[in-house]
Write a protein that binds this ligand. Sequence first.
Ligand code: PMV
Length: 365
Amino acid sequence: MSRATAEAPANIAFIKYWGAREGSRALPLNRSISMTLESCRSTTTVEVLGDGRRHEILYADGDGPFGAAAGRFAERIRGHLAELLGWTGEAGLGLRVATRNSFPAGAGLASSASGFAALTVATLAALGHRPLERISPGELSSLARRSGSGSAARSVIGGFVEWPAEGDESKGEGNGGGDGGDGNDGGGTDDPRAAQVAPAGHWELADVIAVVEEGPKRVSSLEGHRRATTSPHYARRLELLPERLAAVRRAIRERDLARLGPVLEAEAIELHLIAMSSRPPIFYWQPATLAVLAAVRELRAPGLGLDAWATMDAGANVHVICPFGQASEVAARLLRTAGVRRVLRDRVGTGPRMHGDPEGGGADA
Ligand code: PMV
């Protein structure tokens, strides 16, 4: 096949990846666990132009028109194409890439995760590799993160996903067997590979995203990973993580939001504590971020009693995790919070799929 279109979702981290030994290769210093989303997606078409041709890279935001991608963004895509073409042994090939996001790019909504996951799947498909059928999820996760977007390693897999740290020999409890991979999944050493903890159908969780900032963030997560270890609180974070990881795995296994929620909030606050105490410090929050955090506590107060818990990635926007059945009410109430520009409703999803695939693809088996 010389042309293919793939869609891949963003994900929201329950346990955050924050800190990388080598940012450009996204070798994580800690394990992370995330939930793959359904509606926040990147759609990417890749066409083979031929040997010796230059890559053409086009980008569109939302329903906007396509334009030539420029600067650092285009450079990262070229870098990723070089990695993928190196892997397939077709280094001289020129490709045309056209990618579109269904949500605001670069605002802490994991656009790089969905973008690099979709780029990986579409490129490999255009080159004839049938990635969702013939490449194991672990291998696909390794390929997706090669040019620096670590969280893309989790976006190629549906449901609830765990990604080990570099040099992490031990398989996590409940990790590694879920996706029927190649036997290396989940137990990364120098090439940490993500693995499914539970499929999307296991737990009907919604993610209601309160958007308080639409533009790109001022400091990239790549730079945040680089600075993380300069925080005096970083070493303590690594000590606390094993217990938190175990609590999140257990909460997923038992579908226990009362157990998951407090860990989610502690993790999000700690990610930002590390960022704010890095040298130089990074402030992602906006005043409206705090207003949403307060509103979420109100949602849980007696009277309303909703099961809603907040988390944030590297940005000002707040993801509110709740059961499917509560998402409409949570969304309506968040919309009334000062500073919230709009609310995106998402939910746990089944992972990437090919366009034109009657079975819908998906790495959620
Ligand atoms: O994949 P990156 O380099 O954009 O880093 C993602 C970092 C966080 O979103 C803050 C946490 C995570 O695990 O997704």
